[in-house]
Design a protein around this ligand. Sequence first.
Ligand code: HEM
Ligand code: HEM
Length: 194
Amino acid sequence: MGRSHTFLAKSIHWVFVILYAYGIFKQLDDLEQLEDSGLLVFEVVFASVFLLIVLIRYFYMSRFETFLGATEPVPLIHKYLAKTVHRLMYFCLVLLPLTGLAIAALFRRGIVDGPLMDGAIGVHGFAADLSYLLIAVHVLAAVYSRLKNEGIWTSMVPLWKEDATKKSGLAEKITVFEGNVLQKVEALLPTKKQ
Ligand code: HEM
Ligand code: HEM
């Protein structure tokens, strides 16, 4: 059996999915909505709590190895890709509330247009769009790993548990296919001179 993420790690991961979905769902349509001062205060409190949770999570999770649940060696390239996607997700999740807070601060100072406000809104929208893309890649990678039955899924996801003792034909086929692709890619890379 591979190791599992701690109860705290799983709780933060899944509570955060709800918080993120709520943040995206309640998104503002335009700047004029901030004229409602109750909404402005709510947005600022929400963004501050969101940012705090992302930072606490980052520092808590950085002590754990990527793919700690793997029951068999995972190709190094997968680890690099996963680490890059995780870091980029954190980058977006910090940028979203920070630019939201910047929008609020500018608005409070009466700056409602011009390069500063346009820039803040532009980066805010970019962080949101990039986060959708990264999360889609992350979820697809998790499902792919689940199909390979390698233990990573079960270390974080409470449903559709893997059974490491029963490797399906599909899991075997994917693993062999992936091994062949990686070998071909390695053959194309320049080798170090002896
Ligand atoms: C808002 C959506 C999501 C975000 C922002 C997110 C973010 C992350 C991050 C940053 C990690 C690395 C560990 C950490 O620092 O917490 C992680 C791990 C993981 N996530 Fe997600 N996740 C999301 C949704 C999902 C969903 C829907 C699934 C499965 C269907 C999933 C499956 C996993 C798995 C299996 C791991 C463990 C990877 C490992 O052990 O290295 N995630 N997630
Ligand atoms: C973590 C907190 C936040 C999340 C997840 C979030 C998410 C979003 C998203 C997804 C959009 C749509 C972006 C687009 O498609 O271009 C948006 C737009 C917007 N957000 Fe946020 N937001 C957050 C915090 C804030 C805060 C604190 C403010 C200001 C008080 C704010 C002000 C705005 C405004 C004014 C728009 C509309 C921009 C436009 O006119 O296109 N957001 N937000």
